[in-house]
Write a protein that binds this ligand. Structure first.
Ligand SMILES: [Mg+2]
Length: 376
C-alpha cells in the first residue's frame, strides 16, 4: 500500500461583507468569516477544508498553525480518525468549542484528499446510500418586516422550493401571525420549517410547538438555548411538534443524550463546527441507530462546508432534507468556480445535485482567496 504524506498545511482566514444586515432572534450579521484549510501531500495533491470561524478567524488559523501543523506533517491523510483523535488531544485537558471547529477544517481537507487520491467523490468513499441529488429546502426568511417576509415567501415558493424556513423573533403571538401569513402566501403544498434561534423558554416553546403542529409545520428549530439539554428533553414530552437542533453542538458525544433519548426528531450538526466529516458521520450514524433524521446545518458557512454537507447528505441513510441557503454570502457564492448547492439550480422536483468530481468535487478560485483574505 502506498503511503502518502502531508507536506504542508495552510490556514487562510477569510472575511466578506454582507450586502445588508441579516437578523435572527439571537444575532445580527453585517459580515461573514471562515477559515479555509489547505493541506498538501508529497504526491502533489491539495485538499480543502473549512472551519466555522465566523468571529476571530485569525484565532482559528493560529490554532491550526501552532497546534495542528506539527501533528499533521508526515501523516497519511487516510488515517483521518487517528489524526482526529490526536488533534483533539492537542490542548490536553481541554476539548470542544473552537478546538473542534478548527479540527473540522483539517478533517474536511483530509476527506477531500482521500477522495482525490482514490479518484472518487467523498459520498462514494463514505460507502453510504449514494444519492446523486438531495431534497432541499430554502433557508431562510430572516427576522424582518412583513412586506419582506411575504415577498421572500412568494419568491421562494414560486421558485420551485418544496419547503422553506422562517426565522421567528421570540414574541409568540407575533411569531404565529407571521407563520399564518406565510402559510397563506405559499399554500398548503410547500413545507414550512420554523427556526427560533433560542428565543423561547420551556413553557413558551411547548405552547408555540403545539400551535405549529396544528399548522402542519415540519419542525421547530432551536427553541431553547442550546446548552439546556434537560430543557430539550422536557420539551419533547410536552409538545407535539418535532424538535430540530444540533447546529450549536460539537461532536457525537455532545449530541448523544438528545439523540438517544429521542428528544429531537431531526439532528442538525454543522460539518464545519461539529468536527468535520469524520465526526459528523458519527453523529448521523448514531442518529440513524436511534431512528432520528439527519438534516445538517449550513447557515452562514462557506462553499467548502456546503460541499462537505452535500456529500454527507448523499451518503446518510437517515438523511431528511438539505439546507439550501438563499441569503447572500460571498464566501458561499464566490469561492468556487462552480458554486456547490446553488439554489438557482434546483431540479424540477426541488432537489440539488451532489458534486461528482474526486474529493469534494469543488474548484477554489484563487482570485477570490486574495479578495477575502484577512491579513491582520
Ligand atoms: Mg438554525
Amino acid at each position: 500500500v502506498t503511503k502518502r504524506t502531508i507536506t504542508a498545511v495552510e490556514a487562510l482566514p477569510l472575511r466578506a461583507e454582507l450586502p445588508h444586515t441579516l437578523r435572527t432572534a439571537s444575532d445580527a450579521k453585517d459580515s461573514v468569516a471562515m477559515v479555509l484549510v489547505r493541506v498538501h501531500t508529497d504526491d502533489g495533491l491539495v485538499g480543502y477544508g473549512e472551519c466555522m470561524g465566523r468571529w476571530a478567524p485569525l484565532a482559528y488559523a493560529r490554532i491550526i498553525d501552532d497546534l495542528f501543523t506539527p501533528r499533521l506533517l508526515g501523516r497519511d491523510p487516510f488515517d483521518a480518525a487517528a489524526i482526529w483523535r490526536d488533534l483533539s488531544r492537542s490542548l490536553y485537558a481541554r476539548t470542544g468549542g473552537m478546538l473542534v471547529e478548527a479540527i473540522a477544517g483539517v478533517d474536511i481537507a483530509l476527506w477531500d484528499l482521500m477522495g482525490k487520491a482514490a479518484g472518487l467523490p467523498v459520498f462514494k468513499l463514505l460507502g453510504g446510500i449514494g444519492r446523486s441529488e438531495v431534497a432541499a429546502y430554502a433557508s431562510s426568511i430572516m427576522v424582518t418586516d412583513d412586506e419582506t417576509t411575504l415577498r421572500d415567501a412568494e419568491r421562494l415558493a414560486s421558485g420551485g422550493f418544496s419547503g422553506l424556513k422562517l426565522k421567528v423573533a421570540g414574541d409568540p403571538v407575533r411569531d404565529l401571525e407571521r407563520v399564518d401569513a406565510v402559510r397563506l402566501t405559499i399554500g398548503d403544498d410547500v413545507k414550512l420549517f420554523v427556526d427560533a434561534n433560542w428565543a423561547y423558554d420551556l413553557p413558551t416553546a411547548a405552547r408555540v410547538g403545539d400551535a405549529l403542529a396544528d399548522r402542519g409545520v415540519q419542525w421547530l428549530e432551536e427553541p431553547l438555548v442550546p446548552e439546556d439539554h434537560a430543557g430539550y428533553q422536557a420539551l419533547a414530552a410536552r409538545t407535539r411538534i418535532a424538535i430540530a437542533c444540533g447546529e450549536s453542538e460539537f461532536t457525537a458525544a455532545g449530541l448523544a443524550d438528545l439523540i438517544t433519548s429521542r428528544s429531537i426528531g431531526f439532528v442538525q450538526p454543522d460539518v464545519a463546527r461539529a468536527g468535520g466529516i469524520t465526526e459528523t458521520r458519527r453523529i448521523a450514524t448514531l442518529a440513524d441507530t436511534c431512528n432520528v433524521a439527519f438534516a445538517p446545518h449550513v447557515g452562514f458557512s462557506g462553499a467548502v462546508c456546503v460541499a462537505a454537507t452535500l456529500h454527507l447528505c448523499a451518503a446518510a441513510p437517515n438523511f431528511s432534507v438539505f439546507e439550501a441557503m438563499v441569503i447572500p454570502n460571498p464566501l458561499r457564492e464566490e469561492l468556487c468556480v462552480e458554486t456547490p448547492g446553488d439554489p438557482r439550480k434546483l431540479t424540477p422536483t426541488g432537489c440539488l445535485s451532489v458534486p461528482e468530481g474526486p474529493g469534494l468535487g469543488i474548484e477554489i478560485r484563487e482570485d477570490a482567496l486574495e479578495r477575502f483574505l484577512v491579513t491582520a
